[in-house]
Ligand binder design. Structure first.
Ligand SMILES: *Cc1c(COP(=O)(O)O)cnc(C)c1O
Length: 386
């Protein structure tokens, strides 16, 4: 079975981890800061805080932004549940938003309408679906006018970039148009640390708060404590968590970052092969990548009729296709707690009924891509949709 995604680990990656394990540190050693610095540099942000998962990154970003009891935060419904759950962890309420049917990212028109209707919004969490950057210029413009915090869920988009109105390129993670950006290093993502995540920001006060929240809300640095206290002295200043990542995981992340641009280039090449094979066919729909936007292609999603049968047949043929995602407003928990119904956000619901993710990862060979394309075309004929 060819999976929809898988990690890539080189011998060098393994050696770097072995070296880290042989050092004096297991957790919070020198590799954590090395990884953070390199990640910040690769993305073009001032600061990075590495944590135990992408979900932990989102939770801490929400806390650092001051999201609390009763605050409303806009989240697109087409995403992994963690993008919305992080708001609930803080006592806030996610306001789910529909998507643009072509880019599959949050609908900026709907965001504008929501901003007009609901004056008390606290934050917005744009998700760069499949690796395609959102229209950050428009989003930030709307948010800034109203003092709304912008937290990018960039878990799909390490290595993606976009071009602004004056022709300047912006890397996702640079936070040029947001307060914070969150990444995940789960094995299906662009680089992996096993489990892991990070928050990037250009604001020093957010950076300090994120670091404190990562480790129980405790401050230990003598420079930040009142003079004359003992060497053992520490202060818990806010309610934090243990969201630390280990030193050997960060050694792996550091080594993996060396491959990032090569892997993103390969992902984009594979996506281009899929696109040119399916491009003109009326029975299949691919995510639109507008001019000036370069997706880092975490996912290659297509939309087809008779999705369930399509999915079943591709699996039987040995292709580990997946569905990304069941929209958040269709999840039983969200329906029961907040009364969401399928037709409240009709475009995401319609997308979900047709969506399939095809295999896409850097070590997928051209032959394998060819076999996926052939299987998709053959299945469409078998089912009478192509
Ligand atoms: C993977 C992912 C997360 C969660 O990351 P974990 O590292 O699995 O906790 C959050 N949001 C999106 C969009 C993701 O794809």
């Amino acid at each position: 079975m060819i999976p929809y995604s898988r990690q890539t680990l080189s011998e060098t990656d393994v050696h770097v981890v072995m070296d880290a394990l042989h050092s004096d540190w297991i957790t919070q050693g020198p590799w954590v800061e090395r990884f953070e610095q390199k990640l910040a540099e690769v993305c073009g942000a001032r600061f990075a805080v590495a944590v135990s998962s992408g979900t932990a990154a989102l939770h801490l970003a929400c806390l650092a932004a001051g999201i609390g009891e009763g605050d409303t935060v806009v989240v697109p419904t087409l995403t992994f549940v963690a993008s919305a759950n992080c708001v609930l962890y803080c006592g806030g309420r996610p306001a789910l938003l529909d998507i643009s049917p072509d880019t599959l990212n949050l609908d900026v028109g709907a965001l504008q309408a929501l901003f007009r209707k609901d004056k008390g919004l606290k934050a917005v969490i744009p998700v760069h679906f499949g690796g395609l950057p959102c229209q950050m210029q428009s989003i930030v413009h709307l948010a800034r006018e109203r003092g709304v915090v912008v937290i990018e869920d960039a878990c799909h988009a390490l290595g993606a970039r976009w071009n602004d109105d004056s022709g300047v390129w912006h890397r996702v993670g640079s936070c040029s148009h947001s307060d914070m950006a969150c990444f995940s290093f789960h094995p299906v993502k662009h680089i992996t640390t096993g489990e892991g995540g990070a928050v990037l920001t250009n604001h020093e006060h957010l950076y300090c708060k994120l670091k404190t929240l990562r480790s129980h809300g405790i401050v230990k640095d003598p420079r930040e404590l009142k003079a004359g206290s003992g060497h053992w002295y520490y202060e818990m200043r806010m309610l934090g968590f243990n969201y630390r990542i280990t030193d050997f995981q960060c050694a792996l992340g550091f080594s993996q970052l060396n491959h990032l641009s090569e892997w993103v280039a390969r992902r984009r090449l594979i996506a281009a092969q899929y696109r040119s094979a399916f491009g003109d066919a009326p029975w299949i729909r691919c995510q639109r990548e507008p001019d000036g936007f370069e997706s880092s292609y975490h996912l290659m999603v297509i939309q087809v009729e008779k999705r369930d049968a399509f999915y079943k047949r591709l699996r039987e043929k040995g292709f580990g296709v997946q569905v990304h995602y069941i929209p958040v407003h269709l999840q039983p928990y969200y329906q029961q707690q907040f009364g969401w119904r399928a037709d409240d956000l009709p475009r995401a619901t319609a997308y979900y009924q047709k969506a399939i993710s095809l295999p896409l990862f850097p070590t997928l060979t051209d032959e394998e891509v060819g076999s996926v394309i052939a299987a998709v075309k053959q299945t469409a004929q078998e089912l009478g949709v192509g």
